[in-house]
Design a protein around this ligand. Structure first.
Ligand code: UDP
Ligand code: MG
Length: 147
C-alpha cells in the first residue's frame, strides 16, 4: 500500500553528525522524500508529538531530549518519506525502540544508546502506523510544505 511516514533525525543524530549516514541508510528504501526541513522544537510540539507517553516516568526527560536540551543542539531534521509500504520500510531500517534490542545493522542498533537515566537516545523517529503517521505529519508540516 502507498503511504507516507514522518521521519525525524533527533538532536543526538544531528550532534553526532549522522545526517548523511541516516539519509544514506534510508535511501536503501527507494522511497521518495516529499518534504524536509530543520525545526526548532517547542515544548508544546514535543509534548504533542509524544502525547501517547504522557504517563511515563521518562516523559519530562523525553520532551527535553526532542527539544535538544540534552545535546546543545536545539533542532531536529523533519522529513516525510512516501511510497509503497513507506511506514514499514522506514521502521525496519530504523530498528527497535530500545537500541540494545535493535538489530545491529539498523540505524538505532548502530548509533543509539541508553543514557544512565534510562532514556533511549535512538537517533531517529519513524511513524509506527497509518494513524500515527497521519497525525504526526499534520503536526509537523503544513500542507503546502509537502511536494
Ligand atoms: N522511549 C524511552 N524509553 C522507553 C520507551 C520509549 O526512552 O521505554 C523513548 C525513545 O526515544 C522512543 C520514544 O520514547 O523513540 C517514543 O517511544 P515509542 O514507544 O513511541 O517508540 P518508537 O515509536 O520511537 O519506536
Ligand atoms: Mg512511536
Amino acid at each position: 500500500m502507498l503511504n507516507q511516514t514522518l521521519v525525524l533525525i533527533k538532536p543526538d543524530g544531528l550532534k553526532k553528525s549522522l545526517t548523511g549516514n541516516i539519509l544514506t541508510r534510508l535511501s536503501e528504501t527507494k522511497l521518495e522524500i516529499i518534504a524536509a526541513k530543520i525545526v526548532r522544537v517547542s515544548k508544546k510540539l514535543a509534548e504533542e508529538h509524544y502525547m501517547h507517553l504522557k504517563q511515563e516516568p521518562f516523559f519530562p526527560e523525553l520532551v527535553l531530549y526532542l527539544q535538544g536540551e540534552l545535546h546543545q543542539r536545539k533542532k531536529v531534521m523533519a522529513m516525510i518519506y512516501w511510497g509503497e509500504d513507506a511506514i514499514q520500510k522506514v521502521r525496519d531500517i530504523a530498528g527497535a525502540t530500545n537500541p540494545e534490542e535493535a538489530s545491529s545493522v539498523s540505524i538505532r542498533g548502530q548509533y543509539g544508546r541508553i543514557t544512565t537515566k534510562g532514556l533511549y537516545e535512538n537517533v531517529v523517529h519513524a511513524s509506527a502506523n497509518d494513524i500515527e503517521a497521519e497525525r504526526e505529519i499534520k503536526l509537523w508540516f503544513q500542507p503546502d510544505e509537502i511536494i
